[in-house]
Design a protein around this ligand. Structure first.
Ligand code: SAM
Ligand code: SF4
Length: 516
């Protein structure tokens, strides 16, 4: 079976392919800066030399020379009480944790209760309309508080800030800082500018190629688990997806850079790392020196104290035999779990979505992976109700789910995103039908998950202990295949790997008892 050449994707071929997609900016355009279509419409231009910061009124704030020379400390940040809310994916969580790490280094403190905060940060998501609505709703509510407490500061960061920055600044002028996806490493400096009296909202929408968090140690939710972004952005152009416009073209970090961060995390108590990339299989292709995901896994594997490595998200067109071989070779640390979204089981829909593969290819990849290692489990993302989806198309999704027997899935109703190629296609599946398909696909997944989990009863699972379960009386951990499992044991086992016998199962989790 042919899974495609394991080498470097030729960027000019990719460029040609992308240029054929109507209304999509080219890679070269993207490389010059993130092309958020609405930004162009608003006629806001970044000046040639110092394009970093533009205010909504066209004011340009030049970068802080002292901060750039590493000479500015951040007295204004010290003592600030911060509450940070994260919407969206793991990549947003990683960004939040790094920004929190930066603020922490400058002496900021963190509070659980937003009412106690001096600075409220929202890290936003644009992938679906619902995520954006939640942020707008919060901003409406915050208006009152800002009126009564003008010194209270509000920052909006991440994808929505990138895409809707100027709009947010105009509609919510009481916001202090709006900061896009590739300016996040400058968060403390920008916040300090606000404190020093810069005109607000200060809008920082990047044209920088990369985000460099330096040697920052993330301030993480979990002591033992850490996210680690290895590529930012995406070079694919799935017609429904806003990510290439909010996060820009794909930029990989060097293997050394990733390994050094992983070592810092392990020194900080981390035992499991999840590597993040929108299409993690193309990690390193932009570095042009034979860097790739399997070499990265080999470089991370020897780190003493690092017990588990996971990675997301895989792309069916890009997933390679070499990866499966590496997963088999390094199976003591690289976990047998692949999050590879099919989005649809219908070739007609996949073509309309410009996913770049057919159903048959998806199945070939699954087969090749399982041939190498039968333990590998798959997780899927699905979009129901995409433009033109008929009952027949939808049935193809149901049948693909059955055929692959995913361990779990995330099912989404299609949501039109401004500026994406699919915005030009009719959103012609009625909301009620989207809901119905969402329910049917979710129910099928639930049935499969329950069956697969029940089949584990009686077996022994190697479990990484995450901590006390939500109800507090038991521990929660993850099996090698990322299943949740609950069992009795002392909290001191957090971050350890223990053996647990599965005794009961639902679609969502296992129950078990620790064994020797
Ligand atoms: N890079 C990953 C990939 O290629 O599958 C996924 C990135 S996206 C942030 C996460 C998921 O959101 C996608 O897999 C897709 O199922 C869903 N999604 C993206 N755009 C969507 C849209 N416009 N409407 C509904 N769901 C969407
Ligand atoms: Fe969006 Fe993923 Fe497609 Fe990239 S590969 S455009 S992130 S769905």
């Amino acid at each position: 079976m042919e899974l495609g050449a394991g080498g470097v994707l030729c960027s000019s071929m990719l460029e040609d392919a992308l240029n054929k997609i109507e209304g999509v900016p080219s890679l070269a355009q993207l490389a010059q800066g993130i092309v958020a279509p609405s930004e162009h419409d608003r006629g806001i231009e970044a000046p040639d030399k110092n394009p970093d910061l533009c205010g909504p009124d066209g004011n340009v704030y030049t970068p802080d020379p002292l901060a750039q020379m590493g000479k500015r400390t951040h007295p204004l940040i010290a003592g600030t009480k911060v509450h940070l809310i994260t919407f969206g994916c793991q990549m947003n969580k990683y960004d939040s944790e790094m920004v929190a790490g930066l603020l922490n280094e400058k002496g900021a403190g963190f509070v659980d209760d937003p009412a106690q905060a001096d600075l409220l940060i929202m890290n936003t998501c644009s992938v679906r309309g619902h995520a954006e609505d939640r942020v707008y709703n919060r901003l409406h509510v915050l208006k009152e508080r800002k009126k009564q407490q003008p010194e209270f500061m509000i920052a909006v960061m991440g994808c929505m800030a990138q895409k809707e920055g100027e709009h947010i600044a105009k509609k919510f002028p009481f916001v202090d800082l709006v900061i896009g996806t590739r300016m996040l490493d400058e968060f403390p400096q920008l916040m300090e500018r606000v404190r020093e009296g810069a005109r607000t909202p200060l809008v920082a929408i990047d044209v920088k190629p990369d985000v460099k968090f330096g040697e920052t140690v993330a301030r993480r939710e979990s002591k033992h688990l850490a996210y680690l972004t290895v590529t930012r952005g995406c070079n694919k152009r799935c017609t429904y997806c806003v990510v290439p416009y909010t996060r820009g073209p794909e930029v990989s970090r060097s293997i050394d850079d990733v390994v050094n961060e992983a070592k810092r995390l392990v020194d900080d108590g981390v035992s499991e790392i999840m590597l993040l990339g929108q299409t993690i299989d193309t990690y390193g292709y932009d570095l042009n020196n034979d860097t790739n995901l399997w070499k990265l896994l080999n470089a991370l594997h020897p780190i003493g104290g690092l017990k588990r490595i996971r990675f997301i998200t895989s792309h069916p067109e890009e997933c390679r035999e070499e990866l499966f071989a590496t997963m088999a070779d390094l199976s003591d640390k690289v976990m047998p779990f692949i999050h590879m979204p099919p989005q649809s089981g219908s070739d007609r829909m996949l073509r309309r979505m410009k996913r770049g593969y057919k159903r048959a290819r998806y199945l070939e990849v699954v087969e090749a992976a399982r041939k190498r290692n039968a333990e590998i489990e798959f997780c899927g993302d699905w979009i129901v109700g995409f433009s033109g989806e008929t009952d027949e198309d939808f049935k193809e999704s149901l049948s693909l789910m059955e055929e692959v027997r995913f361990q779990n899935s995330y099912v989404f109703k299609y949501s039109v995103r401004e500026g994406t190629p699919a915005q030009k296609l009719p959103d012609d599946v009625p909301e009620e039908l989207k809901k119905e398909r969402h329910a049917r696909l979710s129910e099928l997944q639930e049935k499969i998950s329950a069956e697969k989990n029940r089949a584990r009863i009686g077996g022994i699972e190697e479990v990484m202990v995450e901590g006390p379960s939500k109800h507090g009386d038991r521990l929660t951990g993850r099996t090698r295949s990322h299943r949740l499992i609950h069992f009795a044991g002392p909290v001191s086992l957090q971050g350890q790997i223990v053996r647990v016998k599965a005794t009961a199962a639902t679609a969502l989790s296992l129950q078990g008892e620790m064994t020797e």
